[in-house]
Design a protein around this ligand. Structure first.
Ligand code: MN
Length: 241
C-alpha cells in the first residue's frame, strides 16, 4: 500500500532524458503497484491548450493513460505552468483533476494538497499576475488564439518568469510561514504536501500546539523526486535513470 506524489517535472523538449525518466517511472512497478499517483502541478514547462498537437503532450498522455488503464488512479492538480490544462486533455490522459487545496485522507491522515504558489505571498508581483491570468476571461481569450501565437506567448512568459526569478530575493520565492499555517488551519489538517519552490524537504513544526508536517516535493530538472506515503511511513527520494 502506497501513494506516490510528484510535481514540477517541467517536461520540455530541451530535456528529453527527463521525459524518458518520467515514462520509465510510470511504466515501472513502483507506480503500477501504487494505490494512486498524484501529480501536483507543473507537469510540463508550458501548457498552451489541450488542442496542442505537439509530440510531448501526446507522450505525456500516453504515459499517464497507461497507469490509469492499469487500475491506478492518476490525480492531477494544475501548477502555474499548466493551469490551462482542461477536461479534454484530462479525459485523454486518464487524469482526475483536483482543485488546488484539496484534502485527501491518506491512510488515516487528512492531508492538504497544493501546488504551492499561492503560499508564496511575499512575492506580491507574482500573486498579482496569478490573479490576472486565472480568470475565465483571460483563459478564454488565450485559448481562442491560434496555436502559433500561443506558442510565442508561452516562450515570452518563460523569459519573463526567468527574469523575475533571477531578480527576486531567495526568501521571497519561498512559502510564507503564516500563509502555510493559515491554509492548514482552514483545511483542518496537520499535514501539507506541495511543490513549486523546488526545495525538497520534510519540515516538522508546531501548529497550535501540535506537530505539523509540510512536505515539499522536488523538481525534475536534473533528476526525479518522489514522495511515497504508506501507512505509518513517508519517504522523499531522488530518482535517477
Ligand atoms: Mn510551479
Amino acid at each position: 500500500m502506497s501513494s506516490l506524489f510528484i510535481a514540477d517535472l517541467h517536461l520540455d523538449d530541451s530535456r528529453p532524458q527527463i521525459t524518458s525518466l518520467f515514462e520509465q517511472y510510470l511504466a515501472g512497478d513502483d507506480v503500477r503497484g501504487a494505490d494512486a499517483l498524484y501529480i501536483l502541478g507543473d507537469l510540463v514547462e508550458a501548457w498552451i491548450g489541450d488542442d496542442d498537437d505537439a509530440e510531448l503532450p501526446r507522450r505525456t498522455a500516453r504515459a499517464t493513460r497507461a497507469v490509469r488503464d492499469a487500475g491506478v488512479p492518476v490525480y492531477f492538480m494544475a501548477g502555474n505552468r499548466d493551469f490551462l490544462l482542461g477536461d479534454a486533455f484530462a479525459e485523454r490522459a486518464g487524469l482526475t483533476l483536483l482543485e488546488d487545496g484539496t484534502v485527501h485522507d491518506l491512510y488515516g491522515t487528512p492531508t492538504l494538497l497544493m501546488h504551492g504558489d499561492v503560499l508564496c505571498t511575499d512575492d506580491v508581483t507574482y500573486q498579482a499576475v496569478r490573479r490576472n491570468v486565472r480568470t475565465p476571461e483571460w483563459k478564454a481569450q488565450v485559448l481562442a488564439m491560434p496555436l502559433d501565437a500561443r506558442r510565442a506567448l508561452a516562450a515570452q512568459a518563460r523569459k519573463d518568469s526567468r527574469a523575475h526569478t533571477g531578480a527576486t530575493q531567495e526568501t521571497i520565492m519561498d512559502v510564507n510561514a503564516q500563509a502555510v499555517a493559515q491554509a492548514m488551519r482552514k483545511a483542518g489538517v496537520g499535514r501539507l504536501i506541495h511543490g513549486h519552490t523546488h526545495r525538497p524537504a520534510i519540515h516538522r513544526f508546531d501548529l497550535d500546539g501540535q506537530t505539523a508536517e509540510r512536505i515539499v516535493l522536488g523538481d525534475w530538472y536534473e533528476q526525479g523526486s518522489v514522495l511515497r506515503i504508506a501507512p505509518g511511513t513517508l519517504q522523499l527520494s531522488v530518482l535517477r535513470d
